[in-house]
Write a protein that binds this ligand. Structure first.
Ligand code: SF4
Length: 391
C-alpha cells in the first residue's frame, strides 16, 4: 500500500519502507499519527552510504546489507564492544545511494536492516521504473484483495486511487547535491569478493566469511522479513543437488502465504521435504522468538534480522547470513570456505534470472484476471477526482 515520497509510521521496529521514509514509533504515537495524519518528529541528521563498482559473483544483497556495518567498522564509525560503543548510525537517517536498479522488494532488505543499525529511518534512491513497477504490481494485488473480501474495501480503493494518480505523473524526491551529512561511507562492490556475516551474538559484529569459516553449524533458519521469494528459490536450487537428509536441522519459512503458494506451485516445497527441512506457517516464525525455538546452546545460521542473545533459542550462537550461505551451511554442517561457497553458488549464478524473479502480481494471470473483475466503488472515484483537481 506504500506511496512514494510519503512519510509513514508503524509500531514494529522493522517498519522500514523501501519507498518514501518511515519512522517506527510506540503504539501511542502510531495511534496519534493514524488519528491526526501528523506526528511530532525531530528531524535527525543523515549518514550517506554510497555503493559503487560492480557486484561480484556469489555476493548477495544480504552481503551488501552487512557491508554497511563492516565498512563502518573499517572507517572508525562503528565499534562492536559495548564499552565506549561508537555507532554513527544511531538515531540518524541512513541514506543509501548507488543501487537505483534494485526492485523495491530487494530494497526492502536494506531498509529493513536499518533497524539493526539503530537508525531512526532509511531512504534508498531507486529508479522511477523500479517504483512504478512496484506500484503497478501492488495495485493488482490490492484489487485482488478487494475481490477476496479483504477489508476495508473503501480504504483499499482510496490507496489504489493515490497509486494510480502517482503513476499518471511519476516523480521522486532526490537528495540535494550540496546536502551535508554526519558521515559519508563508500562501499566498493568490486572489492567485495566473499560473503559478510554478523557473528554471534551482535548484528554489528560484521565479519568476512574467511574469518568465520569451519564453524560447526547445528541448525539453520531461512525466513523472516529479510527474505523474499528469490531467496527460497536459491536455497531450493542448492538443496536440490544434495542427496539424502541434511546433517543440520533446517527451518524454511517464507514470509507470506503468496510466497508459499508460488513456491509450492514451482515444486520447491517438495525439494525442502526431500532433504528433511522443517517448513513452518508463513510469517515471522523463529525470528519472533516466542513461537518455535532452536535447541538450547546450539550454533545457528539465520537469515533473520537480529542475533541478540537468546532471541532464537536459549544460549544459541547465531550467525546472520544470506539465504544462499545459510543453505550451503545446512548442506555442509559447517560454515564453508569462500571457495566451497563459490563452488555451490556457481549453480545459482547460472540461473540467476529465473531464481531472483519477484512476485509481480500484474504479470500473474490468476491475480490480474481477478483484479480485472473488481469494480471500483465510492472509495476510489471521489479520491481520484480530488487528486486530479489538485494536480
Ligand atoms: S520477521 Fe522478525 S524482525 Fe521481521 S517483523 Fe517478524 S519478528 Fe520482526
Amino acid at each position: 500500500m506504500l506511496l512514494p515520497d510519503t512519510v509513514g509510521t508503524g509500531g514494529d521496529s522493522h517498519t522500514r519502507f523501501p519507498v518514501g521514509i518511515s519512522f517506527p514509533a510506540g503504539s501511542g504515537l502510531v495511534a496519534f499519527a493514524a488519528a491526526l495524519g501528523v506526528m511530532p518528529l525531530d528531524m535527525p541528521e543523515s549518514v550517506k552510504v554510497r555503493f559503487h563498482g560492480e557486484m561480484q559473483p556469489g555476493i548477495t544483497l544480504r552481503d551488501l546489507v552487512h557491508a554497511i556495518p563492516y565498512q563502518a567498522i573499517q572507517d572508525g564509525h562503528l565499534t562492536v564492544a559495548k564499552e565506549g560503543k561508537k555507532n554513527i548510525f544511531s538515531g540518524r537517517i541512513l541514506e543509501i545511494e548507488g543501487l537505483e536498479h534494485l526492485t523495491c522488494e530487494q530494497a526492502f532488505e536494506l531498509s529493513d536492516a536499518s533497524a539493526e543499525r539503530s537508525a531512526a529511518g532509511c531512504t534508498i534512491e531507486l529508479s522511477e521504473d523500479s517504483v512504478s513497477d512496484y506500484l503497478k504490481s501492488n495495485i493488482v494485488m490490492l484489487k485482488w484483495m478487494i475481490g477476496q473480501g479483504y477489508g476495508d474495501a473503501r480504504t483499499i480503493e482510496r490507496r489504489i486511487a493515490h497509486m494510480e494518480n502517482w503513476l499518471s505523473n511519476p516523480h521522486l524526491i532526490k537528495a540535494d547535491k550540496d546536502a551535508s551529512y554526519a558521515a559519508e561511507i563508500d562501499i566498493d562492490m568490486s572489492a567485495l569478493k566473499e560473503p559478510i556475516l554478523c557473528a554471534p551474538n551482535d548484528p554489528d559484529d560484521a565479519r568476512l566469511l574467511s574469518e568465520c569459516q569451519g564453524e560447526n553449524i547445528d541448525e539453520v533458519f531461512i525466513g523472516s522479513c529479510m527474505t523474499n521469494i528469490g531467496h527460497f528459490r536459491a536455497a531450493g536450487k542448492l538443496l536440490d543437488k544434495h542427496e539424502g537428509q541434511l546433517p543440520t536441522k533446517l527451518w524454511v519459512v517464507p514470509p507470506t502465504r503468496m510466497d508459499e503458494a508460488q513456491l509450492t506451485a514451482e515444486g520447491y516445497y517438495s525439494i525442502y521435504g526431500k532433504v528433511g527441512a522443517r517448513t513452518e506457517m508463513p510469517g515471522c516464525s523463529l525470528c519472533m522468538g516466542n513461537q518455535a525455538r532452536v535447541a538450547d546452546d546450539c550454533t545457528v545460521v539465520s537469515t533473520s534480522t537480529r542475533n541478540f542473545p537468546n532471541r532464537l533459542g536459549k544460549g544459541a550462537n547465531v550467525f546472520l547470513a544470506s539465504a544462499e550461505l545459510a543453505a550451503v551451511s545446512s548442506i555442509m554442517g559447517k560454515l564453508p570456505t569462500n571457495e566451497e561457497y563459490q563452488e555451490y553458488m556457481s549453480q545459482v549464478n547460472a540461473t540467476a534470472a529465473d531464481t531472483y524473479r519477484y512476485l509481480e502480481f500484474d504479470k500473474l494471470e490468476s491475480y490480474s484476471k481477478a483484479a480485472d473483475e473488481v469494480e471500483m466503488g465510492d472509495g476510489y472515484w471521489p479520491t481520484l477526482k480530488k487528486l486530479q483537481e489538485n494536480m
